[in-house]
Design a protein. Sequence first.
Length: 343
Amino acid sequence: ATEYHLGLLKAKLAKYRAQLLEPSKSSAAKGEGFDVMKSGDARVALIGFPSVGKSTFLSLMTSTASEAASYEFTTLTCIPGVIEYKGANIQLLDLPGIIEGAAQGKGRGRQVIAVARTADVVIMMLDATKGEVQRALLEKELESVGIRLNKSKPNIYFKPKKGGGISFNSTVTLTQCSEKLVQLILHEYKIFNAEVLFREDCSPDEFIDVIVGNRVYMPCLYVYNKIDQISMEEVDRLARRPHSVVISCGMKLNLDYLLEKLWEYLALTCIYTKKRGQRPDFTDAIILRKGASVEHVCHRIHRSLASQFKYALVWGTSTKYSPQRVGLTHTMEHEDVIQIVKK
């Protein structure tokens, strides 16, 4: 009985929180957002409290100079920069510092979080001298506006219907949810006809996320700055935490490793093209997501290319021998070379 009660309370909480966070329709004056055009092959947002070194990091990594000073809130708007790495252009956004209560709109927190939702990876800048307080507070702020860090989407099939009541099925043994609890949560959201299929053992919170449907699941790198001001033991402890990297912007320590990690989290691949009878063009790579197929490469080169496609020759690690003749569904890997033959 307690579990049902808790599940129901969680559903009510999530519903009321969503209502609280939605700005009232009547408010006439609209807060201006940060107008930053999405450019490059991927987008990375820098989030953190004031004075943790976000602007210094942006100035070190890109050719953009962001003003840095020893007082809080030096950065008041969003400053974009571009990191050029392995042939890819990665857009890096230096966002103003977040304070506690940002999700409720304190200190332009809403705009900062709205920009963070559009990024491919979040870099959470933390002050290594402040311990674990900052990380917990920032995670809580992002969690409350529906950004789930380093979590995968719950494997639940959910489809509202016109009639027929609630049909509930699961392919695994459920330990945290039951049919009765699922029905109670759905009734709380005024849903009385739906199909629900659990493909993994999920918690009531994850099921609520699926119903609400506007949650963003994104990878996050926790970057601890100012490690030159703490002991070696503490640096070692922070570096061993999952998804964490320790750096020092002041002394330029470990920045190359951070770029490697960032590349890994962005899951990008470089693909080179080759014309018939010529050497591959290694100066201009096509940047795609990991798991992209030959069809994706065709679309990137020209939208009409896939319809005229006959076959492709691929050199690289994705093939058994080089060159291999492949079709549109062949999956490309990092630094493969492709030659496309049209009909």
